[in-house]
Design a protein around this ligand. Structure first.
Ligand SMILES: O=C(O)CCC(=O)C(=O)O
Ligand SMILES: [Fe+2]
Length: 341
């Protein structure tokens, strides 16, 4: 197997590109993968063995991404294998029945296993481990992953826990693997690293963001299932915590309540900082590309794009990942990989 490039393109994004022979070798092995939904631990074990064949430098870069504090917060992996035949994009926000091969799922789980353990949330995609992220007509204008007509604001995924703390059960990482681009290739995924955000904000704004003046609304699926659509706010929290050289940052996709006018102002400044040219990392995911996203080190967003609900819409698959399943055991359902949330 030959070496792989590692470089920083203009977007400022760290990017790994697999050599063609590495991609083809992975594809041959992943073509035999049974449907991972039937036995996730079996699929994790098989993809572990397959992804251990990655060239040492690539493997190390991905492992370092997952294990170290001072590594990048987002990383793109390109020239990954794809399924030889791809069914129409689901239109109902659900999963795809009758997909003949599971190469995409294998890529997603293989990469996820290098970062930690994939987990499901009962209120998100029915607790599945592999999420099909597709636009829906009903969700077109919502601040959710089913949206397309609106900019999905900078956020973290599932920063919620019914106990009030947001940082107990939230995923450490997400992985997004692209199966199909949107028809006009407009959709962009944006990422803002907390370290870059703090560099462009004034000290007084950072001080407010570091104060417990914000409440995070629970995710959309959770409030629909458990609160009849009403807000479920966390305890007052600080949006930014931890040392300046490696801050943790927490923003709910489903809304943030600011508890003072200074808090509102600081929150607006934060959203603007995420779009600052020295901060925003922008990627237009194409088939064969996956984005590894740290869900603590920064925030992500998505632009508007065209959706037609005709089977040719944008299609990503997503996992949520914890480094360890141990501290979510209090909310575990059916085995330790599913969380009652
Ligand atoms: O569609 C994207 O590029 C990102 C969507 C998103 O925020 C998510 O799936 O969590
Ligand atoms: Fe998200």
């Amino acid at each position: 197997m030959t070496m792989t490039e590692s470089h920083r393109p203009d977007t400022g994004l760290v990017s790994l590109t697999l050599a063609d022979d590495v991609r083809d070798d992975l594809q041959q092995l992943l073509l035999h993968l049974p449907d991972p939904a039937r036995d996730v631990d079996d699929a994790m074990t098989r993809t572990h063995q397959i992804f251990a064949r990655l060239p040492l430098a690539v493997l190390r870069e991905i492992l370092d991404f997952g294990r170290h504090v001072d590594t990048p917060a987002v990383m793109m992996v390109s020239n990954l294998p794809t399924d030889p035949e791809l069914p129409p994009t689901p239109t109902d926000g659900g999963s795809c029945a009758g997909k003949p091969t599971f190469v995409a799922e294998g890529v997603l789980l293989g990469l996820s296993g290098l970062l930690g353990e994939p987990v499901g949330f009962v209120t998100e995609k029915d607790g599945r481990i592999v999420h099909d992220i597709t636009p829906t007509a009903a969700g077109a204008a919502t601040q959710t992953s089913q949206g397309s007509k609106v900019f999905l604001n900078f956020h973290n995924d599932i920063v919620h826990d019914p106990g009030g703390r947001y940082d107990i059960t939230n995923p450490d990482f997400l992985v997004l693997n692209c199966l199909r681009s949107d028809p006009h290739e407009e959709a962009e995924t944006w990422y803002a690293d907390g370290r870059d955000i703090l560099r462009v904000l004034d000290e007084d704004v950072i001080e407010v963001l570091r104060s417990p003046l914000f409440q995070l609304n629970a995710p959309g699926g959770y409030v629909r299932m458990f609160a009849a659509g009403k807000e479920v706010y966390s305890d007052p929290i600080a949006i930014v915590s931890g040392p300046d050289h490696s801050p943790e940052i927490a923003v709910a996709a489903n809304g943030v309540r600011c508890l003072s006018s200074a808090a509102s102002e600081a929150f607006d400044r934060l959203q603007a900082a995420c779009r600052h040219p020295d901060v925003a990392r922008v990627v237009r995911l194409a088939p064969g590309q996956a984005l590894l996203v740290n869900n603590r080190k920064g925030l992500h967003a998505r632009t508007q794009f065209t959706a037609r609900y005709d089977g040719r819409d944008r299609w990503l698959q997503r996992t949520y990942i914890r480094r360890s399943l141990w501290n979510i055991r209090g909310r575990a359902a059916e085995g330790s990989r599913r969380v009652h949330l």
